[in-house]
Design a protein around this ligand. Structure first.
Ligand SMILES: NC(=O)c1ccc[n+]([C@@H]2O[C@H](COP(=O)([O-])OP(=O)(O)OC[C@H]3O[C@@H](n4cnc5c(N)ncnc54)[C@H](O)[C@@H]3O)[C@@H](O)[C@H]2O)c1
Length: 274
């Protein structure tokens, strides 16, 4: 049996906690948890207690966590993901990034750092389907990529764009387009869409050319992401209806599952899918 991969987690919220439980339970043959770090020390302490019933896995600092890990999982925030990724890569550690919106403008630097320090950057598909086909189609040349996000009007409560436009959500009785524009604009106006827009842009034709449409629909109860791709390899369309994470209604459960699937890929000798 080879050496176990030491995995450290930064950000012990819904995704970090779910990943820690899964790694401890399902990957124990191939991986070992090296520590948890959260800006809120109570959260890393609580997670350590949940996993090993002791304080053993609390990393006192981000630096310590990175030093003790082969792979760092960032599940913290878009504000901090670029800094965390940069620190991990400069230490020659691999990084798996969940808060993709925070690194979208640093993609080139991530690649340069990874190459320089012989480390890897992993970005799971997150809450959308179709990234595998988009990557394959990209080899042939892509003409257009459009993401249509459909949510119940109540999901847009408190969104500044909606407030600024004085849209009365309670009056929406049929499908209503709230926004149509580039991914670059969308991430500014709809920060809760930031990760899916970022992943799609990185996997495809970039944030200026990727188009985003946001629809408020009283007929949906789940957050829906529809993707339409026109490429020289064919036309592709897919729809994801997301179940919410039980511990964070802003996070899709599929985002956590996609990170587990990526870990499986990293740890497995056989890889299926693009
Ligand atoms: N890729 C995707 O499709 C996708 C989908 C959902 C969520 N996300 C992102 O994943 C991240 C985690 O999501 P979640 O639902 O677990 O959020 P959460 O709010 O439940 O947990 C985040 C945790 O990170 C901690 N944290 C914040 N900044 C930190 C920092 N600088 N250093 C250490 N810890 C820090 C917080 O204290 C909190 O405990 C978020 O940024 C979210 O936007 C990505």
């Amino acid at each position: 049996m080879g050496k176990k991969l030491k995995i450290g987690i930064v950000g012990c919220g819904a995704i970090g906690t779910s990943l820690a439980k899964t790694i401890y339970k399902d990957f124990k043959g191939q991986a070992v948890l090296s520590g948890f770090y959260d800006i809120d020390p109570e959260k890393s302490a609580r997670l350590s207690k949940v996993i090993v019933r002791k304080d053993l896995l609390i990393a006192g600092s981000l630096k310590k966590l990175i030093t003790n890990s082969d792979l760092v999982i960032e599940s913290a925030s878009a504000k901090s993901s670029w800094d965390i990724a940069g620190q991990a890569l400069r230490s020659g550690r691999d990084i798996l990034i969940m808060s993709v919106g925070g690194v979208i403008n640093h993609y080139k630097e991530l690649s340069i750092l990874a190459k320089k320090y012989n480390a890897k950057v992993y970005i799971p598909s997150g809450a959308i389907s179709g990234v595998d086909a988009l990557k394959a189609a990209g080899i042939s040349g892509i003409k257009s990529v459009t993401l249509t996000t459909i949510k119940n009007p109540v999901s847009f409560k408190g969104v500044r764009y909606v407030e600024d436009k004085k849209i009365d959500l309670s009056k929406i009785k049929k499908d209503t387009v709230l926004f149509s524009g580039s991914a670059k604009e969308a991430v500014n106006f709809f920060p809760q869409n930031i990760n899916v827009a970022a992943i799609l842009s990185l996997a495809g034709i970039g944030q200026v050319k990727t188009k985003i449409k946001i629809i408020a629909s009283p007929s949906v109860t789940r957050n829906v992401h529809q993707i339409a791709i026109d490429s020289n390899g064919g036309t592709i369309s897919c729809r994801t209806e997301n179940v919410l994470h039980p511990d964070n209604p802003k996070t899709s459960f599929l985002a956590f599952l996609s990170a587990v699937a990526m870990l499986k890929n990293i740890l497995s000798p056989v890889r299926i899918g693009t």
